[in-house]
Design a protein around this ligand. Structure first.
Ligand code: FAD
Length: 542
């Protein structure tokens, strides 16, 4: 099979144009092209005439001859082997079942791969099954009622369940593990296009049923998933080499589960569990993250600037954007988790705090575009030098937002025009904010550190030079966006085990090793493989 890249065609090309372009690129008669599949399709919106760019895998006659002819052409190569291969198989008389704490993308993929290898993992998830969890989440969005154990952050599917479901990442992935994640998602009901479109997304609604299907598959393979099973403690023993070794976990209801292999796929909001692990001496460090607001514009404005005359084209969908500004005070301001045609969501997991994030449905058909507008926070900005310092800062900012919002889970909001002019908002304009349960117009400048406000006031007009209208006076800022990534890292060694606790595998976003659904899933596969290799006594996969 040959992989051809950089095949460019106009947006509205004829059905047979791609075949013709492949044949032309290879310089062969049509009959020599046996078949082809699209590996990736993306578009280049920077050009005056918008083009689709394809990467295709082509089956041809005389493949060796063509490979030799194109030996110096980086755009014609042999298709790499992307098949996933398990590192091993569990013995029939499996003596010990591994534990997976957390059933977000990382825990889901870790448990699935362990189950596929026959290790019959036991998953412990503090939240509820996804449909019950959805009802609890709506209670916050509709009735101002938060359930601290069942919300946007906690429960089956993890933090990404109520999301835009963006499925791309910039991680290095030489073993094509991201492909394995996407293929499992397709088996569970995701649209097949996620395998080939440049920036795939699935939206909230489909994620719910996919997560249920993967749960059923893990159970079919002998795994077990326990909901409302919060891990409140870890059992540690002396490993005899200066380290500890994990011997099991204790649930909040007092039940003990013994295992020498425990994956911690906690997510970035498991602050109580981080505190417990820190108290037990599990090694962790502060880590940079970012804080800011959500910004909402009419989606039409973004579409027109990004797609120009092609706005509304079915292949393009609602336009996204990615913006970065280096402010004069040394801070980077950037857009984060942009959700085209989506809504801003209440994403707190703790009482008395307000947190924003964004989600969308597959159709991305809501009237507003939203994105986090965030500023980097470095360890020296945090109150204290212990590993929990970033969590303390997040909590402080989230509490301020709760107070300013009116102490009822409404979010504080400000019009961009007022924010730039340094005056409080007292009413809203033409952009209707989508945050539920509601917003309170106010002055957001007291919710974040002064350097962040200063950097954002500089960045918004700079972004308007790239997206005309970005600084529109009626655009809405909603605060605060604090859960951008984990504020700490639970460090691990080359075998992916905790630096000082043998058998403990910190993984995914909470441990500081992923940022997003796809990378968390990839990390889940990696720790599952490392754990399996350790149990089987074989060399880890590279
Ligand atoms: P999580 O998904 O956070 O899962 C951790 C799980 O562990 C949770 O279910 C939690 O209940 C459980 N847990 C925690 N502590 C315990 C304990 N003590 N005992 C038992 N269980 C415990 N990323 C994207 O790539 N694309 C997007 O479009 C996107 N949109 C997002 C929208 C929103 C609203 C949010 C909140 C996040 C979004 N993200 C998105 C980020 C993405 O969701 C995370 O990066 C991803 O979910 C991290 O996966 P994870 O498995 O590491 O952690």
């Amino acid at each position: 099979m040959l992989r051809l890249s950089e095949i460019k065609l106009p947006l509205d090309h004829a059905d047979d144009a791609l075949r013709a372009a492949i044949v032309a690129k290879l310089g062969v008669p049509d009959a020599e092209l046996v078949s082809f599949t699209v590996y990736k399709r993306s578009f280049d919106a920077r050009r005056k005439v918008m083009a689709l760019t394809y990467i295709v895998d082509a089956e041809v006659k005389n493949e060796a001859k063509l490979l030799a002819r194109f030996a110096r052409d980086a755009h014609v190569q042999a298709t790499p082997d992307m098949a996933y291969r398990f590192v091993g198989a569990a013995p029939k008389d499996l003596a010990e079942r591994p534990l997976v704490v957390g059933f977000g993308p990382c825990g889901i993929l870790a448990a699935l791969v362990l189950a596929q290898m026959g290790f019959r993992p036991i998953v412990l998830e503090r939240g509820k099954k996804v449909r019950e969890r959805t009802k609890d989440t709506w209670k916050l969005w509709r009735n101002h009622e938060l359930n601290p154990e069942s919300n946007v952050q906690f429960g089956e599917g993890g933090a990404g369940t109520f999301s835009d479901g963006k499925l791309y990442s910039q991680i290095k992935d030489p073993r094509h593990l991201g492909r394995k994640v996407l293929e499992e998602f397709v088996k569970a009901g995701a649209p097949e296009e996620i395998l080939f479109v440049g920036r795939p997304h699935i939206g909230t609604f489909r994620l719910v049923s996919m997560v249920e299907k993967i749960r059923a598959e893990i159970e079919r393979l002998g795994g077990e998933i326990r909901f409302q099973s919060k891990v409140g403690d870890v059992l540690l023993e002396d490993a005899g080499d200066g380290r500890h070794a994990v011997a099991g976990v204790v649930l909040e209801n007092g039940e003990t589960l013994a295992s020498r292999h425990v994956i911690l796929a906690l997510g970035h909001s498991a602050r109580d569990t981080f505190e417990m692990l820190h108290g037990r001496g599990v090694y962790m460090e502060r880590k940079p993250f970012a804080v800011g607001f959500r910004i909402e514009h009419p989606q039409k404005l973004i579409d027109e600037v990004r797609w120009g005359p092609h706005a509304g084209h079915p292949l393009l969908g609602a336009a996204d954007y990615k913006l970065v500004h280096q402010a004069a005070n040394g801070r980077a301001v950037y857009s984060f988790c942009m959700c085209p045609g989506g809504q801003v969501v209440a994403a707190t997991s703790e009482p008395g705090r307000v947190v924003t994030n964004g989600m969308s449905q597959y159709s991305r058909a809501e009237r507003n575009a939203n994105a986090g507008l965030v500023v980097n926070i470095n360890p020296e900005d945090m109150p204290g030098d212990d590993p929990m310092a970033g969590v303390r800062l997040q909590r402080e900012l989230e509490s301020r937002a709760y107070e300013l919002g009116g102490r009822n889970y409404n979010a504080p909001a400000q019009l961009v025009g007022d924010f730039l002019a340094g005056r409080a908002s007292t009413s809203l304009g033409s952009v209707v904010p989508s945050y539920q349960p509601g917003v309170t117009p106010t002055d957001l400048s007291g919710t974040l550190p002064a350097f962040a406000i200063e950097a954002m006031r500089e960045a918004i007009p700079a972004f308007a030079k790239k997206i005309r209208g970005y600084d529109m006076a009626d655009a809405v800022l909603t605060g605060v966006e604090t859960r951008t990534s984990s504020p700490l890292r639970i460090k691990r060694d080359a075998s992916l085990q905790s630096l000082n606790v043998k058998g403990l595998y910190p993984a995914g976003e909470g441990a500081g090793y992923a940022g997003g659904i796809l990378s968390a899933g990839v990390d889940g596969i990696k720790v599952a493989e490392a754990l399996a290799c350790d149990m089987l006594g074989i060399a880890p996969a590279v």
